[in-house]
Design a protein around this ligand. Structure first.
Ligand SMILES: [Zn+2]
Length: 458
């Protein structure tokens, strides 16, 4: 036995009267050693010679995991980068992110480009960071080596991705690639929209600053057709399929049936599809532009219900920023503006503000924003729960405290977010990554010591 470990003292204890455990809220003290939760003690306790934190009645919860983040580094760091985004993450109680393969240059579509990406993270990660690889037409032969290098899964688009170096795939491309993705037992993440000509496209061209025209140009049927295609391929190849950023409620019944039949299918949606509704979005404001679009209130109410029923597995941001020039802030032209919403730092309060009105519990929010995402990325045995032996990735927050989103508090690169000025419930007080306090009351206080999350073989 390693005597050193036996004899050394724990690194820290943290007490809260409201620790969110698997058995609900408990008054407990966490004993932290070497980045992990070593022990859960009842009530308030301190240990001789061990530093202690007492956060009183603030909620102590597993840190959030956001598996849908466009970091854009290397190559497009003027849009966003690892340092700024991971600082924003910890300011929002997010302790792990997973980066999308497409907005960097080069795009992450081979083992070599993935190695370049890993290099670009050095000394910059304030939170743990994993990576998705990309499937594009013609790179199926490179997937095996890319997967072996440690990506957590493979992402593909069924419609134009916005990045020319990352073209979308067809059904034929998917058929070539899915056997190897299935063999690796990792998920295939799909942007599920299949474009079809219809009158709404020309109407939007004529009226490019109208939000309703933008919405009309990307109907629910595009998503529903793409989801139907992916459900069929999921069944045929017995390959894990994950629908990213579901916005159309028209797909829910089909997804419910497919999941009930035992298919390895998972689904995410994003805070913007739940918090906002199309009826309230002003024309000429490009901060709300994303694809698929934010839909009508009636649609979004059904997304909330699907979260409650487990048809949608979890909520992640799809944080996808760009420069103010590309966002066309000045002209308000929704057609020309980059599609993508910057929101990472505010996902917890945004979701909680909406969810408390919908009758969700704190335990449900923790599952939807942490434990369920941990399972999805293959880290369910070390992340997403406050449990003995689990990583001490934690958030301390006050679900009852309201605050106004202030541009000055934004840690991500460009202070452009549709949430600026919103009054939200749930201020983040402290964030711990690997047992170290890295954020407290508005200030990043830790060093960039986040870990790289590579695929765990099973
Ligand atoms: Zn995305």
């Amino acid at each position: 036995m390693p005597e050193v470990t036996q004899n050394s003292l724990p690194d820290l204890t943290i007490h809260s009267t409201r620790v969110l455990t698997e058995r609900g809220l408990k008054d407990m003290t966490l004993v932290i050693r070497k980045g992990k939760i070593e022990e859960l003690l009842p009530g308030k306790q301190t240990l001789p010679d061990v530093p202690s934190e007492d956060v009183g009645n603030f909620l102590l919860m597993p840190g959030l995991i956001d598996s849908h983040v466009h970091v854009n580094e290397p190559g497009r760091t003027e849009w966003e980068g690892f340092e700024t985004i991971t600082r924003a993450a910890i300011a929002g109680g997010i302790t792990t992110i997973v980066d999308m393969p497409l907005n960097s240059s080069p795009v992450t579509i081979s083992a070599n480009t993935f190695k370049e990406k890993l290099k670009s993270t050095q000394g910059k990660l304030y939170c743990n960071t994993g990576f998705w690889g990309g499937l594009v037409p013609g790179n199926a032969a490179d997937l095996k080596e890319l997967i072996e290098t440690g990506v957590l899964g493979i992402k593909a688009f069924l419609t134009h991705s916005g990045i020319d170096e990352f073209p979308n795939v067809t059904e034929a491309d998917l058929r070539i690639a899915m056997p190897s993705i299935s063999d690796a037992r990792i998920p295939l993440l799909v942007h599920a929209e299949l474009e079809e000509p219809h009158a709404g496209i020309a109407a939007f061209e004529k009226n490019p600053s109208s939000y309703m025209a933008w919405l009309g140009s990307r109907p629910r049927s595009w998503e529903d057709k793409a989801v139907a295609l992916m459900v069929g391929l999921c069944r045929e190849f017995n390959c894990r399929v994950h629908i990213v950023h579901l916005s159309s409620s028209g797909s829910l019944e089909m997804l419910k049936k497919a999941k009930a039949s035992g298919l390895p299918l998972t689904v995410e949606t994003c805070p913007q599809y739940l918090y906002f509704c199309a009826e309230d979005i002003p024309d000429g404001n490009t901060l709300y532009k994303c694809a698929p679009p934010i839909r009508e209130q009636e649609n979004n109410e059904r997304l909330w219900k699907a979260l409650k029923e487990g048809i949608i597995d979890f909520v992640v941001t799809d944080h996808s920023p760009a420069t103010p020039e590309l966002k066309k802030i000045e002209t308000g032209n929704l057609k020309e503006a980059w599609g993508g919403i910057a929101s990472l730092q505010f996902s917890l309060p945004v979701m909680w503000t909406g969810a408390r009105k919908q009758g969700f519990s704190l335990k449900e929010i923790a599952a939807l924003m942490s434990a369920n995402v941990a399972s999805f990325i293959g880290y369910e045995y070390s992340k997403g729960l406050i449990k003995k032996g689990y990583d001490a990735d934690l958030v301390v927050w006050d679900p009852n405290q309201q605050f106004k989103v202030d541009e000055k508090s934004i840690q991500f690169r460009h202070k452009l977010s549709p949430y600026t000025g919103e009054t939200l419930y749930g201020e983040v007080k402290q964030t711990y990554v690997g047992g170290k306090k890295v954020y407290e009351n508005g200030a990043v206080i830790g060093a960039p010591e986040g870990k790289l999350l590579l695929r765990q073989r099973n």
